[in-house]
Design a protein around this ligand. Structure first.
Ligand SMILES: *Cc1c(COP(=O)(O)O)cnc(C)c1O
Length: 355
């Protein structure tokens, strides 16, 4: 293994690459990781020397706080390659700012901006061959922070590990998605940490989602925890409703993840002259619209799929199917955002950032 130093990041290169073992035409999401990872430890009140090392296992004491109290936050972002082999990120500053917002809510130290971007850019340059050209291909990037200090005292740790790992991704069609509107379980409460990309928010969804899966739904649309009357988000995606020709999504709050894709969908829809209403939206309003035929589309927004159209929904035992329409808002907005991500169209919003 060769050692070299680029600015302040210590790089230890993998002696061999796994890339030839990977079938890029048949990737399951998030199962294969690239040859390297970025690691930076926090101790003695400061982030230590950042490093890039071969992708490898890490060793932690069984009493490490992350295992007991779930002090863990993460991000999800993507890198795209254009036809000229240039690599692009999409609004990466949003992800950087959000991981620190998430960290602050879980009493974790914030990560420095220069470490984040230098680490990310250096890692992506090393892994450039893992980013494949072609619409829909990308490299999924997973920055995360965990509490590594040993000892099971229920208090914030004094030691953390910030890491970035990367996984090649394809655009895939996961079949038709039907969602269950939550009427009992909740994902987040007011004053809680639903707005944070915290590991525990996901753990808490797995059981209710497994029940919904058995009932024939792929995902849950979460409602407000107090009344279950208002539609909030889909747990890995923000959610949009098209009633007539109006696109409606609820405002963000401390219960809702402020998605980068959500913001981009809102801005792009406005740019495409689509009316966007950001306001609380009631379950009864959506059911009424489904019954009178004015509910045209429901879709989720998130980094993984950009936009995920929803084919139908269920609530308290009843189900509704959505019409199949041509030229949907979902497809128009998705195309326009992906054209920016892949450096196909002009980026008047300034969203695209070159690596
Ligand atoms: C990550 C995430 C989203 C989508 O956010 P993007 O920034 O658009 O990827 C939506 N809801 C939850 C709960 C999430 O964790």
């Amino acid at each position: 293994m060769s050692k070299e130093t680029i600015t302040n990041i210590k790089i230890e290169k993998a002696s061999t690459s796994k890339i030839n073992e990977v079938d890029f035409s048949n990737l399951a999401f998030g199962n294969v990781f690239t040859d390297h990872m970025f690691v930076c430890d926090y101790e003695n009140g400061a982030w230590q020397e950042p490093q890039i090392t071969p992708y490898q296992k890490i060793s932690l004491d069984p009493s490490a706080r992350v295992f007991h109290y779930g002090q863990a936050v993460f991000e999800g972002m993507k890198a795209y390659k254009d036809e000229q082999d240039d690599i692009w990120l999409f609004r990466p500053k949003e992800n950087f700012e959000r991981i620190n917002k998430s960290a602050a809510r879980l009493a974790m130290p914030e990560f420095p901006e220069d470490f984040f971007f230098e680490g990310l850019n250096t890692l992506l340059k090393l892994e450039k061959d893992w980013i494949k050209k072609g619409f829909g291909n990308s490299l999924y990037i997973r920055p995360f922070v965990i509490a590594t200090e040993s000892g099971v005292s229920a208090s914030p740790a004094n030691k953390y590990k910030f890491m970035i790992i990367c996984s090649p991704a394809q655009s895939y069609y996961g079949g038709e998605v039907r969602v269950k509107i939550a009427d009992h379980y909740s994902r987040a409460a007011s004053g809680g940490f639903g707005f944070a990309k915290a590991a525990g928010n996901y753990a808490g969804q797995f059981y209710p989602t497994s029940i919904a899966n058995k009932e024939g739904f792929q995902q849950i649309i979460w409602t407000d925890a107090n009344t279950h009357e208002y539609l909030e988000e889909a747990g890995t995606m923000n959610i949009f409703f098209r009633i007539g020709d109006k696109l409606i999504t609820c405002p963000i709050s401390d219960r809702i993840l402020d998605g980068v894709t959500r913001k981009s969908v809102i801005a792009m829809a406005k740019d495409l002259d689509i009316d966007v209403d950001i306001r609380p939206i009631k379950v009864t309003e959506v059911i009424e619209a489904a019954n009178n035929g004015s509910l045209k589309e429901i879709f989720g927004s998130g980094t993984a799929a950009v936009i995920n159209p929803i084919a139908g929904f269920g609530f308290k035992g009843d189900t509704w199917e959505l019409p199949k329409i041509e030229n949907s808002f979902a497809s128009k907005i998705k195309q326009a955002i992906m054209d920016i991500q892949y450096n196909i169209s002009e980026d008047k919003f300034g969203w695209r950032v070159k690596v």
